[in-house]
Design a protein around this ligand. Structure first.
Ligand code: NAP
Length: 272
């Protein structure tokens, strides 16, 4: 199917390292959608609506550090994005801007490929935007999130808001659960040897997920695999959050297998 030429973009700062352009362009090509997708660095989220209007951009991915800052400039925000407190997807239609958050859906789809969420206990490391997306979406699916964070004040506030348990990071060795999810940037390129959790503590969990996807296998996931745990890579979440953006913008089914293959190829080349 051929549809009108459309312009999509990623807004953030920095954006040069992002794999979103590679992934979205591959998806549009495979779908025969006549669309472009470019990465645009913006200092201030206030610039995003202006740029979208001026360049006739139909849909945008929003990344660090503008996921919260963009919110006051939107006409409408989905219930889940409002609950998470962050927007990673903006759609422009009929002169109005709507904000969504697809990180939670991406995380749930990645988890669901590995385990049933309902009734399971998920220990979430971190209390920022990715952690909030994880907590909201796990609760929606009937799972039980527990927050563990370095800064007790922030972690305690998020736990109180969502009615879940909180533990400070220095108590992690005493915590058990079905699945551990790292939503902190610890272990991300270039600090690839860092991990917040000792191999011994990883034995308390059957599944270990990292939301980081560069490197593909973080130190946390390597340690977990060595300890005989089942691992879930952040790349699956990344692909599913991007696929959901395409569904929102076009109403069409994106080719998640092609998107995943192209991202994996790039990440594997970077490791070699
Ligand atoms: P954020 O809002 O800045 O939150 C970061 C969290 O990590 C905070 O709770 C912070 O703890 C904690 N943290 C940071 N450095 C730490 C350290 N050295 N030791 C212990 N805790 C530390 O960031 P975010 O938006 O949630 O994003 C976090 C990560 O999620 C990103 O780096 C990215 O890799 C991942 N992510 C992945 C996807 C995907 O599609 N796969 C999507 C979104 C995000 P304090 O509260 O103590 O500061």
């Amino acid at each position: 199917m051929k549809i009108d030429s459309r312009i999509f973009a990623l807004f953030g700062n920095p954006v040069a390292q992002s794999l979103s352009p590679l992934m979205h362009k591959a998806a549009f090509r495979e779908m025969h959608v006549d669309a472009s997708y470019r990465a645009l660095r913006v200092e201030n989220p206030r610039e995003i609506p202006e740029r979208m209007e001026a360049m006739d951009i139909r849909g945008a991915s929003i990344t660090i550090p503008h996921k919260t800052g963009i919110m006051p400039y939107l006409d409408e925000i989905s219930d889940s994005a409002a609950r998470i407190g962050a927007v990673n997807t903006v759609t422009r239609a009929d002169g109005r801007l709507r904000g969504d958050n697809t990180d939670g859906i991406g995380l749930v789809r990645a988890l669901s490929e590995a385990l049933e969420i309902k009734g399971k206990r998920f220990v979430v490391l971190g209390a920022g935007g990715a952690a909030r997306a994880a907590v909201v979406s796990i609760l929606n699916e009937g799972g039980v999130p527990v927050i563990v964070n370095r800064t007790a004040k922030r972690g305690g506030q998020v736990a109180k808001e969502f009615g879940c348990d909180f533990y400070p990071l220095d108590q992690i060795q005493g915590i058990t659960g079905d699945c551990l999810i790292n939503t902190t940037p610890v272990g991300m390129f270039p600090n690839t040897d860092a991990s917040l959790v000792s191999p011994d503590t990883l034995k308390h969990f059957e599944w270990v997920m990292d939301t980081i996807y560069n490197p593909l296998e973080t130190r946390l996931l390597k340690d977990a695999a060595k300890a005989g745990r089942r691992i879930i890579s952040g790349v699956t979440m990344f692909v599913h959050q991007g696929a959901q953006q395409i569904r929102i913008w076009t109403g069409l089914q994106p080719p998640t297998d092609v998107m995943k293959r192209i991202v994996l190829e790039r990440l594997k080349n970077e490791t070699d």
